[in-house]
Design a protein around this ligand. Structure first.
Ligand code: AVI
Length: 332
């Protein structure tokens, strides 16, 4: 682990680099395409182009989660801060550009803010920007992949612990993986630690499907960029004109599924191997699970968390939960 401080800001920023192993793109893509039902991990969306497209998705009129969550944070921030407690050690999972935490920081007044993100450059930039706006804040930026186990760089239990996990990113994990991830967050928090987490709610099919099939085609471009990325980085020979974006709500599983559908029978070379597609066959690229409040509480309960409070918007599109960890403090 490298720990460094940034001399250009008044308050020191500590940067802890766990060097999250860059996923072996080639091995992952070849294994995913060799499955009887072809699939690729949604983590692969986020190269530089994909991250830009995701930022554009968040601005779309059809993509309600981002603006609805921010509105909930604005409206109930003071109460959320009371629940989480002042002078906390606040960990944010997948902090990205730290936009949402800005809404809460004034009210929260944490002693230490610890953003965790896999993208080193993104993390350093946003930590510096945040430290400039909140000059009294002690920032420990942690470059790590939060979907795999990692330890906090500061072993200080003198502050109450809290975590912030916005954006319904929990929905991109299978429920069993989501439970495992929450259990690990509980380990970091210790007993009585609080988790503030954004979760997209189950709603009518039409609204859900519109959010993933926007009129401007940005979500389609985001999905198709995965094929462009494979062409760019793995000498792939995908003809983008022979695939199309598909997104639908799978009501039985309670999730939006995104696929890339082959519009004809074809063979495609990737990294020296050939993959056959039948007309109508898909590569499954993402699941975005939606929960009822009760369904999410049940999942959180299995991971050792007790629901304390939930806030939603007037149309019940999105939820933000405050959960308290009732498990034991592991020494891991
Ligand atoms: C990051 N994640 C919560 C988004 C979602 O809604 O599942 C990713 C996304 N995929 C298509 N649009 C947005």
């Amino acid at each position: 682990m490298i720990s460094s401080t940034d001399p250009t800001t008044a308050n020191p920023i500590y940067f802890h680099d766990y060097h999250p192993t860059p996923s072996d793109l080639r091995a992952e893509v070849l294994a995913g395409l060799a499955q009887p039902r072809k699939q690729l991990s949604p983590k692969l969306f986020y190269d530089a182009e994909g991250s830009k497209l995701f930022d554009a998705i968040c601005e779309l009129p059809e993509y309600y989660p981002t603006r609805t969550e921010i509105a909930i944070l604005r409206e109930h921030g003071a109460e959320m801060a009371r629940r989480l407690g002042r002078e906390a050690l606040l960990v944010e999972l997948g902090s990205g550009s730290s936009l949402k935490i800005r809404v809460l920081l004034e009210a929260l007044q944490p002693a230490v803010y610890m953003p965790v993100d896999i993208s080193s450059e993104h993390l350093q930039r946003s930590a510096q920007a945040l430290a400039a706006t909140f000059p009294k804040l002690e920032v420990h930026a942690v470059c790590a992949d939060y979907s795999t186990p990692f330890e906090l760089p500061v072993d200080d239990h003198s502050h109450p612990r809290a975590a912030f996990f916005p954006g319904s990113s929990i929905g991109n994990f299978e429920p069993a993986e989501a439970e495992q991830l929450l259990r690990r967050v509980g380990t970091i928090l210790g007993p009585e630690g609080r988790l503030l987490i954004g979760v997209d709610l189950i709603k009518d099919r039409a609204r859900l499907e519109r959010a993933y099939n926007d009129a401007a085609g940005v979500t389609a471009a985001f999905n198709m960029n995965l094929l462009s990325r494979i062409n760019r980085e793995l000498d792939g020979k995908f003809d983008l004109a022979r695939f199309r974006h598909e997104a639908f709500f799978n009501a039985e599983q309670g999730r939006i599924e995104m696929h890339l559908l082959s519009t004809c029978d074809q063979d495609v070379d990737v990294a020296g191997e050939t993959f056959s597609f039948r007309e109508g066959e898909t590569i499954h690229t993402e699941c975005s699970h939606k929960y009822s409040v009760e369904g999410f509480h049940a999942l959180a309960g299995r991971a050792g968390f007790q629901p304390e409070q939930v806030w939603t918007d007037p149309k019940q599109l999105f939820s933000v939960h405050c959960l308290v960890h009732r498990g034991t403090l592991a020494t891991e």
